[in-house]
Write a protein that binds this ligand. Structure first.
Ligand code: SF4
Length: 422
């Protein structure tokens, strides 16, 4: 009889913006681990954000992917299965950064990239000898990866069924970001031919490249965009604003179907960008950069962080005004959050400014450290009010009125955010 493996992404708390947002994206980690599971095993994935868990379904092994704000729920799930005698393996960024904590709720902890360690975990499980820890500091090569098991996703539950990754790692190492710690400080690439082959077999026209910076290597991005052109797909991804300086790349992105990019502006104060480890961004160039992307028909989801040590008192209204005036098609505000494994975590810990380790509140919507310029309550209030303003009807109208062909994407996104913040 084939053994049953269940791979789970825990749900977001309803107290978090992410828990009440209507729009969802499938987690590539689940479909990738499923693809790496031997074919003679029966594998299921459950994204608890779109589907409930049946704790009495009697899988033989459960794997849980842990992001920091989802860790408490992940531990509850693990405890429930273990109570029923089902062994549990946890992995992901949070388990890698906090392995001793994760171990209290699991039979095995995966520290490092799952692509390298999951096959070993499954092999040990089959032979009845799970180890307590699976550890690697090697980085998974991105060539010859099996195709993610999208067939296991709940159909119709996601805005984009097709999430893909072409690159991993980042050389920039911003203070608040764990990408470099987890994925390394150099870029790794999937061969473009493999990416295009995968895309050729996908249903649907929309793609979401979940890369942290799709233009990290200009040469790679150029090759990818050239290859995408004949496929006539539409896609979104994340990129640094550096793309705006390269006219040829921008044109290629547009011609290959780019509808929108997530851009981390973070702050409108240069000193803060320098402090955050992003001195390569120049606030003075933001408006020109945005205009260039818009001129190429590329919409922008702009991201800003509140709670920085040098935030001016009027930071909230300044940022909302900037978003309106520059017609950012979607906006994401975050409260500075010291995720384990980031430099800001160690700095705030040293300064004794971390208020608690209630991970559920490490969702970028709650103040979890003592800010410098204002009281925690004032920071949280300003943050909520800024969100309400930027998703008010007046702001929506200003930001979306000229969004053209990307409206079909940014329209629902804005409505979903607006509903979440009402
Ligand atoms: S925030 Fe973006 S640019 Fe900075 S380290 Fe993370 S992935 Fe790299």
């Amino acid at each position: 009889m084939s053994r049953k493996i269940l791979i789970i992404m825990p749900r977001w708390s309803e107290k978090s913006l992410w828990g009440v947002m209507g729009i969802r994206f499938p987690y590539l980690s689940l479909t990738t681990l499923a693809a790496l599971t031997p074919p003679d095993m029966e594998v299921r994935i459950i994204d608890e954000n779109v589907e409930a868990i049946d704790f009495d379904s009697r899988p033989d092994l459960v794997g849980i992917s842990l992001l920091t704000p989802l860790a408490p729920r992940g531990y509850e799930i693990a405890d429930q299965f273990r109570l029923r005698g089902v062994p549990v393996v946890v992995g992901g960024v949070h388990a890698t950064m906090m392995p001793e904590e994760a171990e209290e709720h699991a039979d095995a902890v995966v520290i490092g990239e799952g692509e390298i360690l999951w096959p070993e975990v499954v092999a040990d499980f089959i032979q009845g000898g799970l180890k307590r820890y699976y550890l690697t500091d090697r980085r998974a090569p991105l060539n010859a990866l099996p195709l993610p098991r999208r067939d296991l996703l709940r159909q119709g539950a996601y805005l984009f069924q097709n999430t893909l990754q072409t690159t991993r790692g980042c050389p920039n190492d911003c203070d608040f970001c764990s990408v470099t710690t987890f994925y390394g400080n150099t870029y790794r690439f999937r061969p473009v031919a493999e990416v295009l082959r995968e895309i050729g077999g996908l249903k649907g026209n929309l793609l979401f490249f979940v890369d942290d910076n799709i233009i990290g290597s200009r040469a790679y991005a150029r090759e990818l965009f050239e290859g995408l052109k004949p496929l006539k797909k539409r896609w979104v991804s994340q990129a640094t604003l550096n793309i705006s300086r390269e006219k040829e790349l921008l044109t290629l992105a547009r011609d290959s179907g780019c509808l929108g990019l997530f851009v981390g502006f973070e702050s409108l104060t240069q000193e803060i960008l320098n402090d955050l480890g992003k001195p390569f961004y120049r606030v003075a160039q933001y408006e020109t950069a945005i205009r260039r992307l818009h001129d190429h028909g590329i919409g922008i989801q702009g991201s800003f962080i509140f709670g920085n040590d040098h935030d001016p008192p009027d930071v909230f209204s300044r940022v909302v005004r900037f978003c309106d005036q520059n017609r950012l098609e979607a906006v994401l505000f975050s409260l500075l959050t010291p995720f384990p494994g980031t430099r800001i975590f160690h700095q705030l810990l040293k300064e004794n400014r971390i208020l608690h380790f209630d991970w559920e509140k490490y969702d970028m919507n709650h103040v979890v450290f003592r800010p410098r310029g204002m009281e925690p309550a004032a920071l949280e209030k300003g943050f909520f009010e800024a969100y309400k303003k930027v998703y008010s009807s007046t702001s929506l109208l200003k930001r979306l009125i000229q969004s053209g062909k990307s409206l079909f994407l940014f329209g629902p996104m804005n409505l979903s955010m607006r509903r979440a913040w009402k």
